[in-house]
Design a protein around this ligand. Sequence first.
Ligand code: ADP
Length: 546
Amino acid sequence: MLGLMQTKGLMISSILTHAARHHASAEVISRTHENTTHRYTWRDVEARSRRLVRVLQKLGIGAGDRVGTLAWNGYRHLEVYYAAPGMEAVCHTINPRLHPSDIAYIVNHAQDKVLFVDSSFAALITAIAPHIAANVKTVVMLTDAGHMPEVTLAPGMTLACYDTLMDAADDDYVWPDFDENTASALCYTSGTTGRPKGVLYTHRATWLHTYSIMLPDVMNIGANSRVLPVVPMFHVNAWGAPYAAALAGATLVLPGRHLDGPTLTEILNTERVTFTAGVPTVFLGLLQHLRSSGSRLTTVKRIVTGGSAAPPILIDAFRDEYGVSVEHAWGMSELSPLGTFNTPKAAQAGLTGAEATRHMLKQGRVSPGIDMKIVDGEGRELPWDGVAFGDLMVKGPWVASAYYGDEPGSALDVNGWFATGDVATIDADGFMEITDRSKDVIKSGGEWISSITLENIAVSHPDVAEAAVIAAAHKKWDERPLLLVVPAPGKTVDPASVLALYEGKVAKWWLPDEVVVVPELPHTATGKLLKTALRATYKDHYIGRP
Ligand code: ADP
């Protein structure tokens, strides 16, 4: 027997209409390219997004078409976020930090018809134009007529100005209802090996993910929150912040392109931000600035960090020196992205100091709706004892079932589990801790060594700015850990003093065989260590050693 409840679908447009109707005066604040501050309200975002639908219609966009963006976090980008899915098209956010040939590949793979591009990518769009002309008909620069940059497109492509198009459109569009499983957004994972793969989100998955991240034990976003996503809107929907802020009626602060310590401190304080989220590197930069300038954060209460493992120094320094709680999250593009979040349960609530930090290094427990397990090489489930580590598998209504262009379900095993490619432990309280990417784990004498654990210890050294541990081939042990460290500005690193830090913290056989000091480490387009490049250079470092 079917129940008798309303069957209104979970439309992304209704996230926005909720914000416009019930939080009409809550603000969306953006730092623009021209370094001015743009302010308007959720009511304005909704009206402007309807106006943008009219623009998209004029540009020939219809249901199912892909609308690409190459843009920083700003209000015009936010309007594309809502207008495209709202009219049953797909908002395809592209990571501008990728290699231009990858960007052209992604645009063509997605068959984007229109691209919305920030002025700062004028040279990039000029460079790739000849390679994307088969699909892209119009490039709309996200600016006003007075700030149109020099752009040369290929024959057959049209250049347009966002504000000019918007000024000429009306906003009498009415948001339609359609199947909540309709595609809403497309995001390619940066893929450290091989070509990027597209993850195609739905309205329903986005709604459920949005609900889950707002929860008190997750990001805890409410109408009184002032949210600044440092994480770019081209990186897995800025972890859902643009949707969650709207549904909560929170103030959303979009920082634009400059994310250095001084700029970030200024905007966090001026706009009275309470909550911010991003990868550890950005907050390490913020910390360095606060320490060297003596500045304080006047309103920020919580920093959520994820995308790569949170170094202990980040958690300690913000808590002890600035009274800010650094909270650890884990996710991936295929999970919309949030999978786990580290909010203590009663058993951990009393932890302080080093014990609290140790606990916060875990990536957390599942956000409700997601299930997870760890399995060994034969697919057998491993115990939740915080020690056994194995391949992390997930399932849930906001987990991808296949990559864009593939058969539905093709990314899952026979029981519907998605293999994350991460290796993890889970403790008795359900807190998961990533020990490695499966391809980065070090296999020494048949046992596994966690590169993340070793990196965390290395960066707790006062003279070390960044560290990477990789597996180097070894005659006797198959692989042994090799530690690469970058000195902090103006410092030199004494390898022996780094190795001394490991004493008592890990088993003796986990100790890196050698510490190599390097001026810098390579990173992916999303700011993660590019270990493939390091392995290519250093994999034979121990060759010939007994
Ligand atoms: P890409 O790196 O291609 O942009 P994702 O952003 O989807 O792709 O990256 C997801 C991966 O990032 C995860 O599978 C995991 O390896 C890593 N990751 C994410 N959050 C954390 C975290 N808190 N700690 C350690 N690794 C993390």
